[in-house]
Design a protein around this ligand. Structure first.
Ligand SMILES: [Cu+2]
Length: 273
């Protein structure tokens, strides 16, 4: 089943991805079994309680305790699903990688219709942000008088991560609800204004020259939703550092350009690579 479904899925390059694909296969098996069982039961009932076979209504109904036992069985199965599967999965989901794994921590701030990636820079501390400072050239309202902000890197529609290094991404939005979706990482999380939702995952493959990995918006967020796309690049350690350096060098855009508009009003036929 997993192999069958994989034909219709994007490739999977994250550490937790195979588990998620296995769960997807189990759910499909379960649904297939339920479909066959309930379909057969439906046909049985049509035949068994046909009006020709039962010309007179039965006023007593079922007298066995079969339904009580089956309901207890359903309750036990649900308890196993909750205690045995959901709670451990929830623990893994909420348990962020510790400092000993040297995670790469960054923010993604969604807006109509772009993704802003905010890296804390060499000091590892995010600069202060103030909504009053938000402008076309400062989409995150970064306060440049804050010493922690000086080395921060803000990238538009570009997300660079490091291979085999856990990433912790704090997801939020400036305007409406968006959904941050990295198909090849098996990651999807709503970006909600006023909330900071941290997700974590580990990319296990660096982007090759022929790979085009997308950041998609998976929530209908307005007329420009279809063009709210970015590019995910997973670098090697040295490649990531080189990219960081290049971003620090060009961190101050010219005041008369609006990077969001420039990137998001490009023709829809432009290949997003
Ligand atoms: Cu969106």
């Amino acid at each position: 089943m997993k192999e069958f479904l994989a034909q219709y899925m994007p490739p999977d390059y994250s550490a937790h991805g195979p588990q998620l694909d296995s769960l997807n296969a189990y759910v499909h098996w379960l649904m297939l079994i339920l479909f066959v069982f309930w379909g057969a039961y439906f046909l049985f009932v049509l035949w068994r309680f046909n009006a020709n076979r039962n010309p007179k209504a039965n006023y007593h109904g079922m007298r066995s305790h079969w339904s009580t036992y089956s309901e207890a069985g359903v309750a036990i199965v649900e308890a196993v699903l909750l205690i045995g599967f959901s709670i451990p999965a929830w623990y893994r989901w909420t348990n962020r990688p510790g400092p000993e794994t040297n995670p790469l921590e960054l923010r993604i701030v969604a807006e109509q219709f772009a993704w802003n990636a905010h890296y804390p820079g060499a000091d590892g501390i995010f600069g202060r942000r103030d909504v009053k400072l938000v402008s076309s050239t400062n989409p995150l309202g970064l306060d440049m008088t804050d010493p922690h902000a000086k080395d921060d890197v803000v990238a538009l529609n570009q997300l660079h991560l490091e291979v085999n290094r856990p990433a912790i991404i704090h997801i939020t939005s400036k305007d409406v609800i968006h959904s941050f979706f990295l198909p090849v990482m098996r990651v999807k999380q709503d970006a909600i204004p006023g909330m900071d939702v941290a997700i974590h995952f580990t990319p296990v493959k660096a982007t090759g020259p022929d790979d085009h990995w997308e950041i998609a918006c998976a929530q209908l967020c307005g007329l420009g939703h279809y063009r709210m796309r970015g590019q995910l690049t997973v670098d090697t350690k040295s490649g990531f550092q080189a990219w960081m350096k290049s971003q620090v060098a060009q961190n101050s855009p010219a005041p008369d350009t609006n990077p969001v508009q420039a990137a998001t009003t490009s023709s829809p036929t432009t290949p997003h690579v």
